[in-house]
Design a protein around this ligand. Sequence first.
Ligand code: SF4
Ligand code: SF4
Length: 357
Amino acid sequence: MILRSSSNRSVVLKMKEKTIEKKDLSGFIDSLLEEYQVFAPTIAEGIPRFDRISSSTQVSLDSPKLERSPKEVFFPQCETLFTYQLIDGKMTMEEPPALESERVLLFVRPCDVKALTLMDSVFTSWEPKDTNYLDKREKTIIVGRACSRPWSTCFCTSLGVDPFGKEGMDLVFEDIGDKYVVEALTERGGKIIDGSSLFKDAEKKDLENLKEVSKKATEAIRSELDVKEIEKKLKAIYDDSFWGKVSEKCVGCGVCSYLCPVCHCFDVQDEGTELKGKRVRIWDACQYPIFTLHASGHNPRTSSRERIRQRMMHKFSYFIENFGELACVGCGRCIKGCPGNMDIREVLTGIMATEAD
Ligand code: SF4
Ligand code: SF4
């Protein structure tokens, strides 16, 4: 049976589960490298992040989750939109070429894959669609990895994300000890394991183990929040003194936005001269004082009170109005990364407990 998922991928229900021994994983990755550009969890410049690899030896699966999310594989921190040059009085412009072949992104956690489906809404819901993003997204096979070792800051289950969820994935690897249970969820996910002798049919015992591991992983997430009425509540406390108190911890560094797998604001700048240069887009963040500074000098968000409120309103109210979903997947990165110890779980709890002034 063929269904459509939210990211418009063709979903095959239901292929028989396979297994692969952990010792054979490097062989599988090296075989992928013969055919695809492969991105995987690795340590690049000392930072655990998703990056392009050229050998399976570069893959690092030690960190339960990566500090940097996979959004930069589709929406790079700095991206050239086009170059320009004045030649013989005529301006020529050239866009970067589209990707020539398919890519594989390996071992993405369910929260981060869910975040990609939310980014899809932003970049592809309106005309014109963002072709820079769309090209990368359409040509990338997503291989997920079930999350059996959550961080202490994870609260995905409170926001409807399942650590063993499969939404948006083409293929998923689920760790059951000395091997992985592997499930193909789309035709193109199936295609990358088809014909490989490294994968065997899963046995009953493997699937029983999987159930057990999945149950334990969900129980390991300790944070429980009730955000059912959050949208209504945010509207009711828009002008409340709550925002002044909560913003005292914020130093406006923007780390929360940069680490967030869902935050997608960017600036567009020209680099070069009137004769030659390029137009680039770079990540931006609503926590910066100049983010909303108008050319006239007027700034509608001059204080961190207004900027923190904007961050929460966007994630838990405006995004629902625009796309029917929350713009937070409970990955906990902003909590881990904030130098002011701002904890979005505490902010959410505070919002739910506040009665309007
Ligand atoms: S990471 Fe913390 S201090 Fe930095 S902008 Fe975000 S909330 Fe403010
Ligand atoms: S707001 Fe924080 S917890 Fe939510 S998705 Fe972004 S980084 Fe993760």
